[in-house]
Design a protein around this ligand. Structure first.
Ligand code: ADP
Ligand code: TRP
Length: 332
């Protein structure tokens, strides 16, 4: 059994891409491992220093993950800022994090380019806070995508440096959790190849959106003029539509439309209608959960309270030990 930590940024609503790319793997992990999932609200201040609606964003994220099946009885689910011990570990790790290495981090350079008017110290030390999140629990594995590999590498560096500096074997060096074949890339509706948040919102199918809207978006998904030769290779936009179908529909359904395509008899309208039915069948129960959970604030508060309590057990112990290792004494 691994000890697993992952942070969730409180940004936007979940779409099917997030579900099959990340959330579904969390659901699997919580069955088999000792998981700590937290909402990274401290982190969000690095890009949104005065987030008027932070509470609302945090609530949204919590509701949507719970609606998908994240289970507070199986995993520890908490709010980062409820466990203030992480801020002390962040402070202490900052003393062993060097300006040069932080400035070379790709995500820092990208954010600095994007917000030249707000290149704050929190942005620079983002990887240190992330290391604190992970090391606070002595996690062995961290389920993160390619874009977070460099941050995880820095966590290992900070852990190793701490151990060397104080001549202890205290922090384990966490590794990326490798999902292998379980990492699916979900295509979007605009033909761009990947489902993601877009300006119009029409590329993604959101779990919380009105189902009529979902149907409409799918019916408007990008296609082409149709095949002209039997068994011709599918262009990318059509491949994407089939891929999406293979994720939510039965094998028979996909095979049926595949055959229609190969026979040049396909009617994309019919295919999209079927796709919409199958997407809605999948999304509807999750959406119902979302609507109900939103109303149940008492339960949501309980989830965070219980999560913080459990997270603090590790956190308190780590902070006490780290203080002792570094040499802080409470008394003369
Ligand atoms: P977005 O691209 O909509 O901004 P995020 O970057 O917030 O989504 O992604 C959060 C998580 O969901 C990441 O782990 C990411 O790998 C995963 N994810 C996002 N879009 C997809 C997709 N189309 N297919 C698979 N996984 C995805
Ligand atoms: N940086 C991660 C992201 O952008 C979120 C995150 C914060 C995180 N702390 C973490 C992920 C600790 C894993 C472990 O998605």
């Amino acid at each position: 059994m691994e000890k697993i930590v992952s942070g969730i940024r409180p940004t936007g609503n979940l779409h099917l891409g997030n579900y099959f790319g990340a959330v579904k793997n969390f659901l699997r992990l919580q069955e088999e491992h000792n998981c700590y999932f937290f909402i990274a609200d401290y982190h969000s201040l690095t890009t949104h220093p005065t987030p008027g609606d932070l509470t609302e964003s945090v609530k949204n994220v919590l509701v949507e993950y719970l609606a998908c099946g994240l289970d507070p009885e199986k995993a520890t689910i908490y709010l980062q800022s409820d466990v203030q011990e992480v801020a002390e570990l962040y402070l202490l790790l900052n003393m062993n994090a060097y300006m040069g290495e932080l400035q070379r981090v790709a995500s820092f350079k990208e954010k600095a380019r994007k917000q030249p008017q707000n290149i704050n110290a929190g942005l620079l030390t983002y990887p240190v806070l992330m290391a604190a999140d992970i090391l606070l629990h002595h996690a062995s594995k961290v389920p993160v995508g390619q874009d977070q590999q460099q941050h995880l590498e820095m966590t290992r560096t900070f852990a190793r440096r701490f151990n060397n500096m104080y001549k202890v074997d205290y922090f384990p060096e966490p590794e990326a959790y490798n999902f292998g074949d379980n990492l699916i890339k979900v295509p979007g509706l605009d033909g761009s190849g990947k489902m993601g948040k877009s300006e119009t919102g029409n590329n993604a199918i959101f779990l919380s959106e009105d189902l009529k809207k979902t149907r409409k978006k799918i019916m408007r998904a990008v296609t082409d003029a149709g095949p002209t030769q039997k068994n011709q290779e599918k262009p990318e936009v059509i491949q994407n539509l089939f891929k999406l179908m293979s994720i939510v529909s039965s094998k028979d359904t996909v095979e049926y439309f595949d055959e229609q395509y190969n026979e040049c008899k396909i009617r994309y309208g019919d295919m999209k209608k079927q796709l919409a039915e199958d997407v809605i069948r999948f999304v509807e129960p999750i959406k119902q959960n979302i609507d109900e959970l939103h109303k149940n604030e008492e339960y949501l508060n309980k989830v965070f309270e219980q999560g913080a309590e459990r997270a603090k057990e590790n956190a308190g112990k780590t902070i006490r030990q780290v203080r002792e290792i570094i040499g802080f004494k409470n008394k003369f």
